[in-house]
Design a protein around this ligand. Sequence first.
Ligand code: AMP
Length: 420
Amino acid sequence: MPSFQTTPGTRDILPPDAVRWRSFVEEFDAIVSLAGFQHIVVPMFEDLGVFQRLGDATDVVTKEMYDFVDKGGRHVALRPEQTAGVCRSFAQHRPLPPWKVWYSGPNFRYERAQHGRYRQFDQVGVEALGSDDPLLDVEVIALAVDFFQKLGLRNVVLNINSLGDSGDRARYVEALSQYFQARIGELSPESVATLERNPLRVLDSKRDSEQAVVAQAPFISGFLSDEAASHFAQVKQGLDALGIAYVVNERLVRGLDYYCRTTFEFQSTALESAQTAVGGGGRYDGLVEDLGGPATPGIGFAIGLDRTLLACDAEQVFPHPSTKADVFVIDTTGGLQALQLCQQFRTAGFASERAYGGRAMKAQMKAADKSGATYAVIIGTDELSQGVATVKSMVDGYQEEIPLDSVVEHVAAQLRKVSS
Ligand code: AMP
């Protein structure tokens, strides 16, 4: 018999971790809904062309795409991120702007799998389409800041930069290219290859030997048009007005080609690995048009769920939510009583569990302990013949006999008292 394991870069999210994942998304939903963002679900795979718009020169497109030809001969790809899908959706359905949406779910990139970097990873994110108001950029960034705060994270640093408009960016890339060409001897073979494809990405180099040449490279701020510079100044002013701390990081270029003007990234200083970015985003004013829609500005961010939870672990915040039962029904008379009572407790809105397979009293009691239930309801042969159940507090051990037909009501009332 073959024995199977998860393939590299994928993981089972087992209970209780999966419960924590769900509450992560619920917390995000609560925050962004207050700002008028509505939930959107886009397909997990799309025409490859949708994702090629992320940039011919990006690793995501050239090396990491899970693409294949389906049985109908269509060249499709699993989504490596969700912004492109959302913009394709906007171009297809033409909703009235401003269109503010949020999403969650898995993405797929054929990356070198390591701690904090997976081939299937989850993100939550927002996109706001239809306005180039710099204060919208601020509002969007503030949502991510609020969310990190709500999780309890204290060690997340916001880096911001402006990549200018497409003309500014093209002039900067040209200048960068000339600069690195002139000092090519100081670059590693990897960076020389990157320079060919995408000079901006050379700035991302973490190699010690290249830090000097990278540090002296021209800065994007010298290439911004008046409009882009003013937009960036207003973003900073808005962040100041909300009291949001940030670091202007002119080396922040981000991995995808579609960004212009505002770009930002959140770094966790609590994470020790190489993977410290917990989220990032920016403006992508040309993307909807690139996908066949009307010229539409847009801004958004994505937060990596897997990695943000690692940051939560490192800071010991956002613990697993409780999965305890409210009541555990022990039945040594065959199981029918427990089956019925559990059903009644659930109908009344209480988490109830029981043991299976007609086990002995001792084993059922052990299971009740393990379930973390606040109350055990015990029905043995004596109880059944007298039409009662023993209700035992698992907190202080106090127990009393209650008529079977009112036991649900009785325990429910006690549980309500405990939770109020
Ligand atoms: P990106 O879509 O590349 O801008 O990434 C946004 C966020 O998603 C990053 O800051 C990470 O937290 C997360 N992320 C991106 N790629 C991966 C991956 N392969 N594994 C885990 N998290 C990832």
